[in-house]
Design a protein around this ligand. Structure first.
Ligand code: MN
Ligand code: MN
Length: 470
């Protein structure tokens, strides 16, 4: 016998929100698709730890799908696919739509820089027969998390003759790596009495890079340092002065790994924000012939405020859209004014261990799909673009229509801290924008965690956004 629902139960069903079903709403087939999608994502993560490498790997990926280098003077037709690189550190992918950018473009913008440890311009020194690098950390990080873990060196050096060397040292199994040392607990009485922000200062993040002296009978000083430089000179042809014209950084040297007995999650370095970058790349790759031109833009410098000519505050993307508008016989500002954007960035997933930092009703949860953040910022909605009800409505309808798992949330409790994304810089170009991304556990740690189904839902959301008819 089926029990008749009470009047109140019926009313509740009609007008009240229900608990999100999350992953329980997904079929086995859909979950399998998510797992398969994430094989490609893990490869992207392993090959793209820093922005230059992410750009290189993205070009490799999209060339296979028919993307060609953008030529501002060429004539493009609907369905053409182009890529446009900004100084090797940011990249735009465009799929030309039936209407071009006449009615605006559809933008999905993620960032490909992640928190890390940069070398200072004059990094190498010797102390007590150890060779070390001085560093200046990049982005918001809890410094203690970066000690006593294996690190690898990545980046680019421009030599005095103008030639360029790309360096990657420490990722391969048979390669040495580097480490920031920590004090043993037995002697940490003074250290453990300090508040977390004082345990490690920025100047304590010194990286151990060698301990054997240069093999010589000559009575010279700093032979361990000399030995390190001699090794680098032999392998890359660089001298100590070349550090001045270099961008080198240390990142965790391990690969992405499945997490959990059920392998439902992925742990790795740099999910923020490659976990949105990869789905946005694949949405562009899979877009057929969209109504409006679709652009995936992967920006640099988000973690340090989006300044600089490769950050979201630069005019690079604006000028790219101007170029596309010119081809379509319209003004760039008109194309921009009608454009819409998903600011594709991560948010903090609710962590039961640190529940007091979150407000449970307005948090995002692992396996509940993409999170939409109407606003980010801090302290009374400072530093955010705060999406309009109209645009929130449009995106909400799109997600529902396409059966995409989604949730709404804030970064954490009011006045507990806060953070920002590129959304406000996009909004300043007179574009409608809202943040949509993947929830992350341990965000900004050297090993962050995401759910595979959430990664796949991000792909489906960007694809639906590009594919939408209205
Ligand atoms: Mn981010
Ligand atoms: Mn971040």
């Amino acid at each position: 016998m089926v029990e008749e629902k009470s009047k109140t139960a019926k009313l509740k069903e009609k007008i009240m929100m229900t608990e999100p079903e999350g992953i329980k709403a997904l079929s086995k087939k859909e979950i399998k698709k998510a797992d398969e999608f994430c094989i490609g994502y893990k490869a992207f993560l392993d090959n793209s730890p820093i922005e230059r490498e992410a750009v290189r790997y993205t070009v490799e990926l999209v060339k296979k799908s028919g993307f060609t280098k953008f030529d501002p003077d060429a004539d493009y037709k609907a369905g053409d696919k182009v890529y446009y690189i900004n100084r090797d550190k940011a990249i735009a992918l465009a799929v030309i739509g039936k209407n071009g950018v006449k009615n605006g473009a559809r933008l999905a913008i993620a960032h490909i820089d992640s928190p890390r440890i940069d070398l200072k311009p004059n990094p190498l020194y010797e102390s007590n027969n150890l060779a070390l690098f001085k560093t200046h950390y990049y982005g918001g990080l809890k410094k203690y998390q970066w000690t006593a873990i294996p690190l690898s060196l990545h980046g680019t050096v421009i030599k005095i003759d103008g030639s360029r060397v790309d360096i990657s040292w420490g990722d391969k199994d048979d390669e040495s790596c580097f480490c920031i040392t920590d004090l043993l607990p037995h002697l940490a009485k003074d250290q453990s009495a300090k508040p977390m922000s004082k345990v490690f200062t920025g100047e304590d993040l010194n990286v151990l890079v060698g301990s054997r002296p240069y093999d010589t009978k000559d009575e010279e000083k700093d032979l361990v340092k000399l030995n390190v430089m001699a090794i680098l000179n032999k392998k890359y042809g660089i001298c100590e002065g070349d550090f001045l014209s270099a961008e080198l950084c240390l990142i965790p040297s391990y690969k992405a790994k499945d997490i959990g007995f059920d392998s439902s999650m992925i742990g790795g370095y740099g999910h923020d924000d490659k976990v949105c970058a990869y789905p946005a790349i694949m949405a562009a790759v899979d877009a057929a012939v969209p109504e409006q031109t679709c652009i995936t833009y992967l920006a640099d410098k988000e973690e340090i405020g989006s300044d600089g000519n490769t950050g979201m505050q630069s005019d690079f993307l604006r000028f790219f859209i101007y170029d596309l508008a010119k081809q379509d016989g319209t003004e760039g500002y008109r194309a921009l004014s009608q454009s819409t954007c998903l600011s594709a960035d991560v948010s903090a997933a609710f962590d039961p261990t640190y529940a007091s930092a979150y407000e449970a009703k307005n948090s995002s949860y692992i396996n509940n799909g993409v999170i939409i953040s109407k606003y980010t910022g801090h302290g009374g909605k400072y530093d955010t673009s705060d999406a309009s009800a109209e645009y929130m409505g449009k995106i909400r309808t799109m997600l529902e229509k396409n059966d995409i798992l989604w949730q709404v949330g804030e970064l954490g409790k009011v006045d507990q801290g806060g953070g920002g994304t590129i959304a406000k810089y996009v909004a300043n170009m007179n574009v409608d924008v809202v943040d949509l991304g993947v929830p992350v556990l341990s965000m900004h740690a050297p090993f962050e965690i995401v759910s595979k189904t959430d990664v796949y839902m991000a792909y489906r959301a960007f694809f639906a956004f590009f594919d939408a008819k209205d």
